[in-house]
Ligand binder design. Structure first.
Ligand code: ASP
Length: 362
C-alpha cells in the first residue's frame, strides 16, 4: 500500500450533480437516475481499498443533464464547496460533460483562496454500461483528490487532468473527450501518475471563500460566421446586453470590410458593452495587431481575450459583471490572468522563439 501523506486517510466529498455517468435509459433517452450511482457504490468493493480516500457522496436534488445547468447552479455548487470545505480535504464533482468546462471555469472565478483540489469528472457512458469510462474516472478522481497535489479546479477525463478553465469538450463520443489546447495537462494518469508540477497553481491561503454575485448580468456569446449581417448583430448587442464574448477567426480577425457591422460593434462599445475577442480556434491566441482585419477591432476598443477559451471568457465576464464591478475595472480584469485562465505574455517562458523570415531583396 502507498500510504497517505501524514498517515491520515484523506476525506473527500463526492458532489453528485448529474451527467451521463449516473444516467439510465428511459423512454425519452438517457436521463439522470440517482439509483445508478448508489448501485455502483454498493457493488464495488474496490472503493473501500485503503488507497482510496474515505469519501462521502452528497447528491444535488434534482440531478441534472448538464445541458440544463444555469449560472445559478455554478453559484450553488461554489456555495456548497465553501460550506463543506471545513469537513473535507478535497472535492470530486460528478457532472455532465456537455457544460463541464463552463462549470469548472465559473468555479475557478467564484472560489477565492482555494487551498484544496476540486476535480470535476463524468463519463461518456453510464456507470451501468459495460464499457463505461465512468468507473475509472470516479476511482482515479478520488485517488488524485486524496493525493492533493493539484489544489485547483480541474477536470479529469480519459488519462489527463486538465486545468478546468483551460479545458474544452472536443469530442462527444471518444473517451478522450476534453483537451486544453493552450496549456499542457496538469497531470497524466498511467501506470504512474505524473504531475506537471511547474504548471500547477500554488494553493491559495484558504479557507476558501465565495466571491458573491450580486446580480445576473446579460452576457452573450457570439460566434462570427461568413455573411453575418449588421442587422442580426445589432439585435444581439442591443439592450439589455452588457457583455459579449466575440468568437472571431484565426488570430482574432473580423470582416472589417463590412463598415455597417463594425459600426454596430463600435456603437455597442460606446454604450458601455464590454466586448472580448477570443479565437474560434482551439489552439493559439488572439493577436489583434496581426492583420488589418484584427486591428480594426483594436481601434474601436474590443478587448483581446488572449488565449482564453470561450467558456472561460464567458464565465469570467459573467462573474465580474455579476460582482457589480464598474466597466473600467471589468475591462481591466478581463485582460489579466485571475485564475490561470490565460497566458498573459505574448511569448510564454519556454515557448520556441519564432524567427522572422529575411526580407526579400532583388
Ligand atoms: N448530456 C450529458 C450531460 O452533459 C452528457 C454527458 O454527461 O456526457 O449531462
Amino acid at each position: 500500500m502507498r500510504g497517505w501523506a501524514g498517515g491520515r486517510r484523506p476525506k473527500v466529498a463526492v458532489l453528485h450533480l448529474g451527467g451521463t455517468i449516473g444516467m439510465s435509459l428511459s423512454a425519452v433517452g438517457w436521463v439522470p437516475d440517482p439509483a445508478v450511482l448508489t448501485r455502483f457504490l454498493e457493488s464495488t468493493p474496490l472503493l473501500s481499498h485503503p488507497d482510496v480516500p474515505d469519501f462521502e457522496v452528497i447528491r444535488q436534488e434534482p440531478l441534472l443533464d448538464s445541458s440544463n445547468s444555469r449560472p445559478a447552479d455554478w453559484v450553488q455548487l461554489a456555495t456548497n464547496i465553501v460550506a463543506y470545505s471545513p469537513r473535507f480535504d478535497a472535492f470530486v464533482v460528478l457532472h455532465g460533460t456537455d457544460t463541464m468546462a463552463y462549470t469548472a471555469s465559473a468555479l475557478s472565478f467564484l472560489l477565492e483562496g482555494l487551498d484544496k483540489p476540486v476535480i470535476l469528472t463524468g463519463a461518456q457512458l453510464s456507470l451501468e454500461h459495460v464499457l463505461s469510462d465512468g468507473r475509472d474516472h470516479l476511482l482515479t478522481a478520488l485517488v488524485l483528490a486524496g493525493m492533493a497535489q493539484v489544489p485547483e479546479v480541474s477536470i479529469l477525463f480519459g488519462d489527463v487532468l486538465l486545468r478546468g478553465n483551460r479545458a474544452q469538450k472536443v469530442s462527444n463520443d471518444e473517451f478522450m473527450a476534453f483537451e486544453s489546447g493552450n496549456l499542457a495537462p496538469l497531470a497524466y494518469v498511467g501506470a504512474r501518475i505524473k504531475v506537471n508540477s511547474h504548471l500547477v497553481r500554488k494553493a491559495g491561503p484558504g479557507p476558501v471563500r465565495l466571491r458573491p454575485l450580486i446580480r445576473s448580468p446579460e452576457v452573450v456569446a457570439l460566434r462570427l460566421f461568413p455573411g453575418i449581417t449588421a442587422q442580426l448583430m445589432a439585435r444581439m448587442l442591443a439592450e439589455p446586453t452588457e457583455g459579449v464574448v466575440l468568437a472571431t477567426y484565426g488570430t482574432g480577425n473580423f470582416p472589417s470590410n463590412d463598415q455597417a457591422l463594425l459600426a454596430v460593434l463600435a456603437q455597442a462599445i460606446e454604450r458601455g458593452v464590454v466586448v472580448v475577442n477570443i479565437s474560434q480556434c482551439h489552439r493559439g491566441r488572439v493577436e489583434q495587431s496581426t492583420y488589418g482585419t484584427g486591428t480594426a477591432l483594436d481601434r474601436i476598443g474590443v478587448i483581446s481575450g488572449a488565449d482564453m477559451t470561450a467558456e472561460a471568457a464567458l464565465t469570467k465576464l459573467y462573474c465580474l459583471l455579476g460582482q457589480g464591478l464598474d466597466r473600467v475595472t471589468v475591462k481591466r480584469l478581463m485582460t489579466q490572468d485571475l485564475a490561470g485562465e490565460m497566458t498573459p505574455e505574448r511569448v510564454a517562458p519556454g515557448t520556441p522563439v519564432v524567427m522572422s523570415l529575411p526580407a526579400v531583396t532583388d
